[in-house]
Design a protein around this ligand. Structure first.
Ligand code: GLN
Length: 187
């Protein structure tokens, strides 16, 4: 198992640290060739608009679409990463997403950086509640019938799963929590 972390921009280093403490091999992914070496892929938080441009210019986006569609790897998107996986993105400056996961996501739905917050959440399949960060987080405003909601905050889905894709609007990696990564690696 080698877990790729998309490393154009954003908090890929924090994901690397979590995987390192779990003793899981990881690789910073910047090219299509890098994608060929990994069994799993994490799309980190950051600016979805910036990442979507790199996905397009490097061809990595097309390769991710191909690998997800043929089921040959599992993907986990956190925050901006969840935006990138979505079928539909709303809000100002919505980036062109990969359109893989049957959800609609609204960018910056809680407001500006000042409205970022931490919250204790419960996740289906994880025994203890986690304290996680929502940083200029998006909201999942619509989920398809084939999408399973694993966690909610104030009634809104915040962690969802469809096949071998996992998407969360929060950051477990900021507090170095391993539980969501463990769940992902079992997919
Ligand atoms: N607001 C960012 C975006 O829309 C996401 C923020 C994050 O990943 N923490 O791309």
């Amino acid at each position: 198992m080698i877990v790729g972390i998309l490393a154009f921009h954003g908090d890929f280093a924090e994901h690397h640290q979590v995987l390192q403490s779990m003793k899981i091999r990881s690789l910073e992914v910047r090219t299509v060739e890098d994608l060929h070496c990994v069994t799993h892929l994490i799309l980190p938080g950051g600016e979805s608009t910036v990442m979507s441009k790199f996905l397009e210019s490097t061809g990595a986006g097309k390769e991710i679409q191909k690998r997800v569609s043929n089921g040959s790897f599992a993907v986990y998107g956190t925050c901006a990463g969840a935006i990138l996986l979505a079928k539909k993105v709303t809000g100002k400056h919505a980036p062109r997403a990969l359109g893989l996961l049957d959800i609609t996501v609204e960018r910056n739905a809680y407001g500006t950086q000042a409205q970022s917050f931490e919250e204790e959440i419960s996740i289906k399949g994880i025994r203890t509640p986690l304290r996680v960060a929502f940083i200029r987080a998006p909201k999942i405003t619509k989920v398809g019938t084939n999408v399973e909601v694993l966690a909610k905050h104030n009634g809104d889905p915040i962690l969802v799963k469809q096949g071998r894709m996992l998407a969360g609007t929060f950051h477990p990696e900021v507090r170095a929590d391993e539980a969501v990564h463990t769940m992902f690696l079992r997919m």
